[in-house]
Write a protein that binds this ligand. Structure first.
Ligand code: UDP
Length: 235
């Protein structure tokens, strides 16, 4: 079957990996998500994954701590998540490489763009950890940056809601879901898709983002094959 998107960058938030507890790692949840990734891979997609770290730590909510240091802790949190996802994918028989934006050579490869692309071409899943390697950024921005670098066709932002709404659907039952959106609208209306740095990077580099819910991991394969799910944000 022909795929709609050949090379995708999948953003997995830390929260998605934590199951019902919202903190730490939930092995069953991670296995389910990885089953969804495998199904998408079997369709022929090349998959790079950027993992978040919010299930352990977010620099911006660290109170008194110096922000740079707080963000370094956040970046290390993403590395733990990357290893957990790598392990689950390997258990499913997939070939995986973890690359980190901060050097930790005993644990993973350093991020090298050309090498990441080579892995993808060979059918390996590449997991990108430690965000951009810089404080004051988010893993959403890292997703935009890496997607642009590896010439991804699209970013899949797998979240806990099934798309982008005009207001928080958990608080407002009358919230309206968008099927499509432009980046200008996202930025002007401050819609909670991703932070503005990430949204601006996607807009400037003509990178679409599909936002959908990861509570149904089969959505990843559906999205790869072009089924209409979630909210598509594009130019
Ligand atoms: N972080 C950072 N630079 C980056 C990416 C992430 O400093 O390029 C830190 C930041 O503290 C952030 C934390 O890592 O809060 C975890 O990432 P994020 O909040 O994006 O994770 P998510 O909310 O997607 O789980």
């Amino acid at each position: 079957m022909a795929v709609r998107y050949k090379r995708i960058l999948l953003k997995l938030s830390g929260e998605a990996l934590s199951g019902k507890t919202g903190f730490g790692l939930d092995v069953d949840t991670i296995q389910e998500i990885c089953g969804g990734i495998k199904a998408a891979h079997e369709l022929g997609a090349e998959i790079a994954i950027v993992v978040g770290g919010g299930n352990f730590w977010r620099g911006r909510s660290s109170g008194e701590m110096e922000r740079t240091r707080a963000d370094q802790i956040g970046m290390l949190a993403t590395a733990m998540n990357a290893l957990a996802v790598a392990d689950a994918l390997e258990h499913l028989g997939l070939e995986v490489r973890v690359q980190t934006a901060l050097n930790m050579q005993q644990v993973a490869e350093p991020y090298i763009r050309n090498r990441a692309i080579r892995h993808l071409e060979k059918g390996r899943i590449v997991i990108l950890a430690c965000g951009t390697g810089n404080p004051f950024f988010s893993t959403d921005t890292a997703s935009a940056l890496r997607a642009a670098e590896i010439n991804a066709d699209i970013i899949f932002k797998a979240t806990m809601v099934d798309g982008v709404y005009d207001k928080d659907p958990k608080k407002y039952p009358d919230a309206k879901k968008y099927d499509t959106l432009t980046f200008s609208r996202v930025l002007n209306d401050k819609l909670a898709v991703m932070d503005s740095t990430a949204a601006t990077m996607c807009r400037d580099n003509r990178l679409p983002i599909l936002v959908f819910d990861i509570l149904h991991p089969e959505n990843i394969a559906k999205a790869v094959s072009g089924e209409t799910i979630g909210t598509l944000v594009s130019e």
